[in-house]
Design a protein around this ligand. Structure first.
Ligand SMILES: Cc1ncc(COP(=O)(O)O)c(C=O)c1O
Ligand SMILES: Nc1ccccc1C(=O)C[C@H](N)C(=O)O
Length: 423
C-alpha cells in the first residue's frame, strides 16, 4: 500500500518533468556530486545558484583576449572591456522589469545599498527616519544603522522596524500603513528586502511604493532574493532605487557583482548628491582626465570604478540562459514547482510542519521556509547527510528553494519523501 502511494507520487513527479518545457535547462548546469558519485539534490539557489556549464567558456574568452591583446582588449576584445557592463544591461533590465538605462551591474549589494542611500537618504531634522522589516538581512540592517549614525542620528530613534504581529511570522501591509500614519512627517526612507530572505515573503511593491510616495517617502528595495526569482517590475512600480546580487537566482558565482536600479525620474538630476568615480563620468570625455565630473544620465552615472570583467563574463553567461528560457516561463514553472512542494509537505505535515512563507503564489518566490515542530539542527544535518543541499537559518528554519532552471519535480518529490521519513 505504502509502496503504491510512493510509486504513484514518483510517477506523477516524472510526468511533471516530462511536461516541463524548461526541463532540459538542468543539463546546462553543473549539479554538485556526492562522495558516492550520486548527484546532490540541490535546493539552495536562494543562497548560491549553480554554475552554468557555459560560464567557463565565457570567462575563458576574456582570459584569451587578455593573453592575446593585453591592454588593447579594452577596445579590441571580442566583447570590448570598456563598454562591457553595457552588454548586461538589456537582459538585466528584463529580469527586474526596468529600462536598460535604469540598471547597471556594479560593485556588490551592500556597497550599492550604501551608494543609493548616499543619494536617496537625505535626512533633515524633521524627516529622518528609515523603515525596514524587522527580519531584514543583517547586512541591510547594519547598512541603514550606519547611515543613520553617519548623519548623527541614534538608530534607537531613527530606525523603525516593520514587525510581524505577536505570534505571526509575516509582515502585514496594514501595519506598515499604521507606522506611516503615526510617523508620516518623520519617515524619510523605506528600505525593504523583497523577497524577504528569512520568510520568503514577497511584499506588494506597488502598494508599498504608493504608500511611500503618497507620504513623501523615498522607496528602495533590496532584491537579493527577488532578482531572477520574482518579477519586481521596478519601472512600473515606480521605486526610487533597488539593489540586488547575482550569485543567488542569477547563478553568476560566489561574490559576483551586484545590480542597481535608479528610476528614470532621477536619471538627469545632477543636483542629487552622490559619491562618484570616473566610470560614472560622461563616456565621451572620461579620458580627458581633467574635466569636472559630468555624470552619465541614468544608473550608469553611479558607477565608481572600471569593473571586473571576469565576473561580468559569468553574469553574461548566466543572463544568456535567462534570455533563452524566458523569464515568464521561469515564473510559471516556479509557481508550479513551489506549489507542488507545498502540496507534498502539507500531505504529511499534520501539526508537525509549519510553512512560514505565504500560501498565495503572488506573495512568494520559489522559496519555502519550513519550521518543524520540536526539531533542532540535527534534523537539517540528517537531511544534508542524505544528499540534499538546503539551508538552515537560526533559530529553527529550513529554507528550501526549487530553482526553476535546474530543479526537477523529482528533486522536490525526493526531498519531501526524505523529510517525511525523518520527522
Ligand atoms: C537580503 C540580502 N541583503 C544583503 C546581502 C549581502 O549581500 P552582499 O554580501 O553581496 O553585500 C544578502 C546576501 O548575502 C541578502 O540576502
Ligand atoms: N553570500 C554568502 C556568502 C557566504 C554565505 C552565505 C552567503 C549568502 O548569500 C547568504 C544569503 N544572503 C542568505 O540569504 O542567507
Amino acid at each position: 500500500m505504502i509502496k503504491t502511494a510512493y510509486q504513484k507520487g514518483l510517477n506523477f513527479a516524472k510526468e511533471m518533468d516530462l511536461q516541463d518545457p524548461l526541463a532540459s535547462f538542468s543539463d546546462e548546469f553543473h549539479i554538485p556530486t556526492q562522495k558516492n558519485g550520486d548527484k546532490h539534490i540541490y535546493l539552495c539557489g536562494n543562497s548560491l545558484g549553480l554554475q552554468p556549464k557555459q560560464t567557463a567558456s565565457f570567462i575563458q574568452q576574456e582570459l584569451d583576449d587578455w593573453a592575446n591583446l593585453g591592454v588593447e582588449g579594452h577596445t579590441e576584445a571580442q566583447h570590448p572591456w570598456m563598454p562591457y557592463h553595457e552588454f548586461l544591461s538589456e537582459s538585466m533590465a528584463k529580469i527586474v522589469g526596468a529600462k536598460p538605462s535604469e540598471v547597471v551591474v556594479m560593485n556588490t549589494l551592500t556597497t550599492n545599498l550604501h551608494l543609493m542611500m548616499v543619494s536617496f537618504y537625505r535626512p533633515t531634522s524633521k524627516k529622518y527616519k528609515i523603515v525596514i522589516e524587522a527580519d531584514a538581512f543583517p547586512s541591510d540592517k547594519y547598512a541603514v544603522e550606519s547611515q543613520l549614525k553617519f548623519h548623527n542620528i541614534d538608530p534607537a530613534d531613527g530606525l523603525i522596524l516593520w514587525k510581524p504581529r505577536e505570534g505571526e511570522h509575516l509582515c502585514r501591509l496594514e501595519d506598515l500603513k499604521e507606522i506611516v500614519a503615526e510617523n508620516k512627517e518623520e519617515i524619510a526612507l523605506f528600505m525593504i528586502g523583497n523577497t524577504n530572505y528569512y520568510s520568503g515573503q514577497f511584499y506588494n511593491m506597488s502598494e508599498i511604493t504608493k504608500l511611500g510616495h503618497d507620504n513623501g517617502i523615498i522607496v528602495g528595495f533590496d532584491l537579493a532574493h527577488g532578482a531572477g526569482n520574482i518579477q519586481p517590475n521596478l519601472h512600473e512600480v515606480g521605486a526610487d532605487f533597488a539593489v540586488w546580487c547575482t550569485y543567488k537566482y542569477l547563478n553568476s558565482g560566489p561574490g559576483s557583482l551586484g545590480g542597481c536600479f535608479v528610476h528614470e525620474r532621477h536619471a538627469n538630476n545632477k543636483e542629487l548628491k552622490r559619491f562618484v568615480g570616473w566610470w560614472g563620468h560622461n563616456k565621451d570625455t572620461r579620458f580627458n582626465m581633467r574635466k569636472d565630473f559630468d555624470p552619465i544620465p541614468g544608473a550608469e552615472g553611479w558607477q565608481l570604478s572600471n569593473p571586473p570583467i571576469l565576473s561580468m563574463a559569468a553574469i553574461r553567461a548566466s543572463l544568456a540562459i535567462f534570455e533563452r528560457a524566458g523569464f515568464e516561463n521561469i515564473r510559471e514553472k516556479s509557481e508550479k514547482i513551489t506549489g507542488y512542494l507545498e502540496f507534498l509537505l502539507s500531505d504529511f505535515a499534520g501539526d508537525k510542519i509549519n510553512i512560514l512563507t505565504p500560501k498565495n503564489p503572488k506573495e512568494r518566490g520559489c522559496q519555502l521556509s519550513i519550521q518543524v515542530k520540536n526539531a533542532d539542527k540535527s534534523l537539517f544535518d540528517a537531511i544534508t547527510k542524505q544528499g540534499v543541499i538546503a539551508d538552515w537559518r537560526e533559530p529553527d528554519v529550513i529554507r528550501i528553494a526549487p530553482a526553476p532552471l535546474y530543479n526537477s519535480y523529482q528533486d522536490v518529490f525526493a526531498f519531501a519523501e526524505l523529510l517525511k521519513k525523518l520527522i
